[in-house]
Design a protein around this ligand. Sequence first.
Ligand code: CLF
Ligand code: SF4
Length: 519
Amino acid sequence: MHASTTQDGAAGRLVTIDAVMQQVAEHKGCGTQGGSGKASCGSAAGQGDLPTEIWEKVKNHPCYSEEAHHHYARMHVAVAPACNIQCNYCNRKYDCANESRPGVVSERLTPEQAARKVLAVASTIPQMTVLGIAGPGDPLANPAKTFKTFELISQTAPDIKLCLSTNGLALPDHVDTIARYNVDHVTITINMVDPEVGAKIYPWVYWNHKRYTGVEAARLLTERQLRGLEMLTERGILCKVNSVMIPGVNDRHLVEVNRAVKSRGAFLHNIMPLISAPEHGTVFGLTGQRGPTAQELKALQDDCEGEMNMMRHCRQCRADAVGLLGEDRSAEFTTEKIMEMEVDYDLEGRQAYQARVEEERVAKVAAKQEELATLAGAQSDITLLVAVATKGSGLINEHFGHAKEFQVYELSTAGAKFVGHRRVDLYCQGGFGDEDSLQTVIRAINDCHAVFVAKIGGCPKADLLAAGIEPVDQYAHEFIEKSAIAWFKGYLGKVAAGELVHTPRGDAAIRQGALIVAA
Ligand code: CLF
Ligand code: SF4
């Protein structure tokens, strides 16, 4: 077995991970420096009017910045198996559905295995900037494992931001520890602030050695979630709130949740669709509770978008996810594989790579602004959606047949705005187009007027056109937003010239199938 190594940032020397772990084991206090987000990229792309200290925390966090998610990756380590509540959209055989899709079993890790995995991934994927603990149960129902993992990682990989996602029941008891470990980003899943609504989502919670049920359980949960949120924001820790949209149960109520969390200082609100199918074996799956359609989800997100940022790029990822949001590289980093890997944690190399990413981001923003300027003065109230096949970096760089998801942008004379993504079945199966998959792709992007791709074959092109969706391949490998604005300008021109009649599109389906782990 090769010795795993890490680079000591201050002295630039290589040390073994085993030696660091030994030091950590002997270290009784805390005082770790990990997760403070001190990337040295220095770019101002996308900062807008964010205060610099907040920008430093979000600029390369793929969940807290939509713009960053095209460029930076996160990873989760599944060190937290137990949970202290029951959600009706969760089946305990699988990962926490608050941060993952049901239907996925993770490999459970010890904190030491987790730290080794983080170094292995960080050495292979230099744009991996965030380590999150999100399950497969609740991280704070497993505090010893969770904080031990953070401690090890802050010692061995100090440039990686630490992130935590919790149901919030145990949160008030751990806020000081979270602050001490420099965990700068905490997500709380808050689905209600009214215990009557909560009783329809949570059959029980377990707190202080006692099981609570019904409205009493939901009241306890909401009180502790909101108190935990306040305690975190008072300490300057950036908080995101995740909410699962359950039509007929909490959909309209989430506007009230939005107000409640905004007033307590939450930075970002992420409203996710319920994913529910009978084969998941959840209460909602078995009772036939449906998830929202794409239009229902977008309408609620639009209603909640005031002064508070809405997250629309969440991929409801697995508790052992690795890679850019929307891609899954976890199969490359099984415990067996990472034990065989030679790990060279090159901090300077990572920083140099990230500096290049920042240059790319600046170029992308400049190209978008330049194109947007050409739209200045255009008068039109047309707003429409387009889908984009991308592998990342903000480019149209994926073939139609290879896309596992499409990103969706809303176009208007104000520009191009990312509003979501749609997971689809692969159209290209072993070199051939699959007609059934094509129909699911069309249903998933049915609300879009066009689909931008790097390449597309003649058959799917004809079927898309027949469905009223224009395939656009003339901007292959160019920046997404710049290209979308350029296309939209042409669209408006055709409408103005009477060559085209603008007609609104229908609704689209959000894929409900579980993600299957790659072998
Ligand atoms: Fe992970 Fe969550 Fe941190 Fe991101 S995920 S713990 S904040 S690093 Fe991100 Fe995944 Fe959505 Fe979560 S896309 S499920 S919001
Ligand atoms: Fe499942 Fe997560 Fe809810 Fe616990 S908090 S019951 S693991 S979805």
